[in-house]
Write a protein that binds this ligand. Structure first.
Ligand SMILES: *[C@@H]1O[C@H](CO)[C@@H](O)[C@H](O)[C@H]1NC(C)=O
Length: 215
């Protein structure tokens, strides 16, 4: 209630209360979330389509063995950060609930469901993920065409490449569509000017907090 009332009082989408905390109107918050999601998906697609794999394909070792030591890159830069190509993402359903209050630790509660089409056999779904804690028990993989669940055996992380890999008990079949649902993940509304983040500004002599997203 407070949210919409204040927003309409000052004629904008955001307001600050007496404690200097930001209140956003719901449509504005939803708009922000949509922008954030759009930016995330766009960056993901750009990386997916245009990243130039160093050394070619998935082979991480080629360049390391052919370059002279003086020009060798640090090992982590030799990795191919592109995702495996056996799945093509179709649609992302992402819901983000930011907590714009210090008492709530500037958290974001998140939910995502990705619809994908399988182009070649594989036994995993691999996603990019950074500074996000996934509730692994909330992960569900489903064959969209048959409605059948695909068993998840374990989850792996490759921190250097910012990968999370959901390993499966069955092979994914080319031509079928699958959905991966992460029912709950936690992220931080960080202050590092990256992703969905917070920053401070001065407003009428007091310090307020603004929530921003990168586009
Ligand atoms: C996931 O599956 C793809 C396709 O089979 C494979 O290329 C890739 O190495 C696998 N990734 C992991 C981490 O197992």
């Amino acid at each position: 209630m407070e949210t919409t009332k204040r927003a309409s009082n000052n004629g904008g989408h955001c307001g600050t209360d007496a404690d200097g905390k930001i209140r956003m109107s719901k449509p504005f918050a939803v708009g922000l979330a949509v922008l954030f999601v759009g930016a995330t998906v766009a960056v993901g697609l750009l990386v997916y389509n245009f990243a130039d794999p160093v050394g070619g394909g998935n082979d991480d070792s080629v360049l390391a063995t052919t370059m002279s030591p003086s020009t060798a890159l640090p090992p982590q830069l030799l990795k191919d950060v592109r995702l495996p190509t056996h799945l093509t993402p179709l649609v992302y359903d992402i819901r983000l609930l930011p907590f714009v209050e210090e008492a709530e630790n500037w958290r974001i509660d998140g939910y995502v469901k990705v619809y994908m089409s399988c182009t070649s056999p594989g036994r995993n779904v691999t996603l990019h993920l950074l500074e996000i804690v996934v509730d692994e028990s909330s992960i569900i993989l489903e064959n969209v065409d048959t409605g059948a669940r695909v068993p998840v055996t374990d989850i792996g992380y490759d921190k250097a490449r910012q990968f999370m890999t959901v390993n499966l008990g069955e092979e994914l079949r080319p031509g079928m569509q699958y959905s991966l649902e992460i029912g709950k993940f936690d992220a931080v509304l960080n202050d590092k000017l990256a992703g969905f983040y917070r920053s401070k500004y001065e407003h009428q002599g007091s310090i307020s907090v603004a929530i921003n997203c990168q586009i």
